[in-house]
Design a protein around this ligand. Structure first.
Ligand code: IDC
Length: 460
């Protein structure tokens, strides 16, 4: 209505109706900016800016602010395109936050450097209008007292509601946790001490159990690997974490190659764990070099096997192009939207590696999230090889996006593999310390700091 009035007031022609010019319409403007230094070290710092649009909807917005000290510089930012000229800093929205509705917020961040002091910036403005507003969101639900109990106790049996993962109160939740590495290689990383640390120190909501099928995995000893998976399901349950049972197909990329094995495996684990509330099934890690139609066919044969024993559990289906919703194969989410798996209570997997997969993948996720229930069952902070340097800016942009969209995630990997994606330094799993910061890699420290913040799961 407001927009129509604005159009009328400018004398525009609306469905054949011409109204003569009245006084020019004044767009409502206003914003608030909350600046927080999240960490600081000698000569450097990391800061976040939460920008809230308090005026009419804006698109292609620019945030501006002034650095009070001449030595303060933005080094690398995320969730916006950043630039600095002298003391003036600007940040413009990227694909997925380019438009801000009235009352909408977006969280931006950057790593900065300083030489003298590091005071908070001043003169925040949105599209040139000073951000003097304060934020009170009347739509914020009344805050429940913080839920007590473990993630699995508080949330109970999960189910899919609309595009979200919902808890026993039918409210959307985001689970944040870690994935094992291949359990055929890193068994020593999954004992009582490490899982205590994951539950108690990391406050992880879930453990993804990556059971490779090839590469000396399940196909070499079906019963032994089934037992190992069940043991980890029990260990997660004892600590109040969800367990995501990952049938870790990778090469060959056509999941139908393992169809019989999948049926045998899932019929066994679903029967054995049917009464548990903490189990989620992921039926194919990363289909690749295969059509969506073939993946869908596989899913429609495996899901009924699970449902026959465990009718109410959430099942996650891998997507084409290494679970990229097809993007890594030159496609996109529309192939799934137009031809969804014929089953209820399911979600679709999306995977990314932050140093390899950036804005166009984020744009896909932000678009697809309103149409498909998505679960990031695996992601890395490094390149798609699982190695290389942590891409901090891209990782934070991804994590912020997932938080904003309430998309659950598991990070690759809770292990001491000698590669950048591992959370622990090599050799950690031979020892008994899984808690001190000395055993964490850069990736592990980043993920622990993100996962361990309060969940605030809704309970009514
Ligand atoms: C990688 C491991 C690496 C191992 C390789 C092959 O990090 O140690 O040698 O698999 O088994 C995935 C896969 C996941 C990969 C990971 C990193 O799901 O199995 O792990 N990755 O390459 N998809 C994209 C990246």
């Amino acid at each position: 209505m407001k927009r129509l009035l604005a159009l009328l007031a400018t004398g525009a022609s609306v469905v054949g109706l011409t109204v003569l010019a009245g006084p020019p319409a004044q767009a409502a403007t206003g914003c608030s900016a909350e600046y927080t230094i999240t960490s600081q070290w000698a000569g450097g710092f990391q800061a976040g800016v939460k920008v809230t649009n308090l005026g009419d909807p804006v698109s292609d917005w620019t945030l501006g602010f002034t650095m009070p000290d001449t030595g303060q510089k933005v080094v690398q930012g995320w969730n916006a395109t950043w630039s600095q000229s002298g003391s003036a800093v600007t940040a413009t929205g990227v694909d997925w936050n380019r438009t801000l509705a009235t009352g909408a917020s977006t969280d931006l961040g950057f790593v900065g450097s300083f030489t003298g002091s590091n005071p908070a910036p001043t003169s925040f403005s949105l599209d040139g209008v000073a951000c003097t507003g304060s934020v009170t969101d009347p739509t914020d639900p009344p805050t429940d007292p913080p839920a007590t109990g473990t993630p699995a106790d508080v949330n109970g049996q999960l189910h899919v509601c609309g595009v979200h993962l919902c808890n026993q109160y039918d409210r959307p939740v985001q689970l944040r946790g870690m994935s094992t590495h291949g359990i055929q290689w890193f068994g020593s990383c999954y004992g009582d001490a490490s899982l205590d640390a994951l539950a108690d120190d990391w406050k992880s909501d879930l453990l993804r159990v990556a059971m490779y099928v090839q590469e000396d995995g399940y196909e070499t000893d079906p019963e032994g690997f089934t037992r190992q998976v069940n043991r980890l399901v029990d260990m997660a349950e004892a600590r109040g974490m969800y367990a995501l049972i990952d049938f870790h197909t990778l090469t060959p990329g056509d999941p139908n190659y393992n169809l019989d094995r999948a049926k045998t495996f899932f019929s066994s684990v679903a029967a054995r764990n049917a009464d548990k509330k903490n189990v989620i099934y992921e039926i194919a890690n990363e289909p690749n070099g295969v059509s969506w139609a073939a993946v869908k066919n596989y899913a429609e044969q495996v899901i009924p096997v699970i449902r026959a024993s465990d009718p109410d559990a959430v099942v996650i289906v891998g997507t084409r192009g290494w679970s990229s919703l097809g993007v890594s194969d030159g496609s996109n989410e529309s192939e799934v939207v137009n031809n969804p798996v014929n089953a209820a209570n399911i979600m679709y997997a999306f995977h990314f590696y932050a140093a390899s997969h950036k804005d166009n993948y984020r744009a896909t996720v932000s678009r697809a999230a309103s149409q498909l229930p998505l679960f990031v069952t695996e992601f890395g902070t490094v390149s798609a090889t699982g190695g290389g340097a942590v891409d901090r800016a891209s990782s934070i942009a991804w994590l912020d996006l997932l938080d904003q969209l309430k998309i659950s995630y598991a990070n690759w990997t809770f292990s001491d593999a000698d590669e950048g994606s591992a959370a622990f330094k090599p050799g950690t799993c031979n020892g008994s310390d899984f808690s001190s910061s000395a055993v964490l890699t850069e990736s592990g420290a980043l993920l622990k700091s993100r996962i361990s913040t309060a969940d605030n799961f809704p309970t009514s």
